[in-house]
Design a protein around this ligand. Structure first.
Ligand SMILES: C[S@@+](CC[C@H](N)C(=O)[O-])C[C@H]1O[C@@H](n2cnc3c(N)ncnc32)[C@H](O)[C@@H]1O
Length: 310
């Protein structure tokens, strides 16, 4: 495995970070999974993946296994979910939370899967590709292990969409710059590139849903946004201690006034693996429909180019 951005995003290789930070991040993933805005993102992803009873699904980069267990409930006893992660420590936590549902936990690298071709009916891959060096290699692997007609659902963040209100603009610019500096290439905007990547890989029936997450208090934002979480260690900030102090003072004050606001777009994008001609590539006839209100995400669809595909 070749971790991306290890020094800047700890999720690139959770097994290499200090145990106390690991414990904090894994707990944060669990809390995050219960945040209403992340539930909204997952609801949009669920609708485009369309899991069904009896299916065999892969949760690639499963973290604490929260979604894997929900998928397992959907596929039922005749189905199976393989929950894969590169971090053995994270998988140990996932196993600790196991609820008896049909989930199999495996260690693996999403960019080099030790899984058979065409062996899954569908794939869920949430907030993983932003930490991977070559996301298209990982996407190719997800396509390889999915049977023709199966669905691949990618969920990822567009960190450039992050915006604040109620706090001084220059401080918001400092924390945004800090976040952007953590990513190489397109990883920081990976969410908005997912539809293009699936179209280029030859998937059909591609549906892309931009979900704008709204955080209207510092407490709500702290669950999902690391720069709003005062428990994130100060030494992981590239901003100066003074800037960090000014930032949190401004965030707290905005919260007291009831004026704090942050928004972030996370994309849920799914496509169908065609019966033949994988990686057909080339431009597709694309129809784009802008998102509606944040609470009711709209779909951006690519019409089916391969009429043999489901
Ligand atoms: C931000 S967490 C998201 C976890 C989970 N999908 C969720 O939404 O709660 C990113 C996860 O991807 C895993 N990960 C990072 N790079 C990976 C790779 N190359 N292969 C497999 N998993 C990877 C990390 O260990 C971590 O559990």
């Amino acid at each position: 495995m070749e971790p991306a951005q290890i020094d800047r995003t700890p999720f690139a290789d959770l097994d290499r970070i200090p145990p106390d930070l690991l414990t904090m991040l894994i707990a944060a993933l669990e809390t995050m999974g219960n945040h209403p805005e992340i539930r909204k993102v997952r609801g949009a992803a669920w609708a485009v993946l369309r899991p069904e009873p009896g299916q065999r699904l892969l949760d690639a980069g499963c973290g604490g296994g929260h979604v894997a267990r929900e998928l397992a409930a959907a596929v039922g006893p005749l189905g199976e979910v393989v929950a894969l992660d590169s971090s053995t420590a994270t998988l140990a936590t996932a196993r600790d939370h196991h609820d008896g549902s049909p989930v199999r936990y495996v260690t693996g690298d999403v960019s080099a899967l030790d899984l058979a071709d065409d062996s899954f009916d569908g794939v869920w891959c949430e907030r993983v590709l932003q930490h991977v060096v070559l996301p298209d290699v990982a996407i190719d692997e997800l396509i390889r292990v999915t049977r023709p007609g199966g669905r691949i659902c990618l969920i990822d963040t567009d960190w450039r969409s992050l915006a604040f209100d109620g706090v001084p603009e220059h401080l918001a610019a400092v924390v945004a710059a800090d976040m952007h500096s953590r990513f190489d290439g397109e990883q920081g905007i990976i969410g908005r590139t997912l539809r293009r990547r699936l179209v280029a890989a030859g998937l059909t029936d591609v549906t892309a849903v931009p979900v704008t997450c709204l955080f209207d208090s510092p407490q709500s934002a702290a669950v999902v946004l690391p720069m709003a979480n005062p428990e994130v260690p100060a030494d992981s900030w590239s901003a100066t201690p003074d800037e960090r102090g000014d930032w949190f003072a401004a965030v707290d004050a905005a919260g007291v006034r009831g004026e704090f606001l942050a928004v972030l777009t996370i994309w849920a994008v799914a496509g169908t693996v065609p019966a033949a001609g994988r990686h057909a590539g080339g431009p597709a006839a694309v129809s784009s429909v802008p998102a509606g209100a944040a609470s009711a995400p709209a779909a951006v669809s690519v019409p089916d180019r391969d009429h043999g595909a489901q």
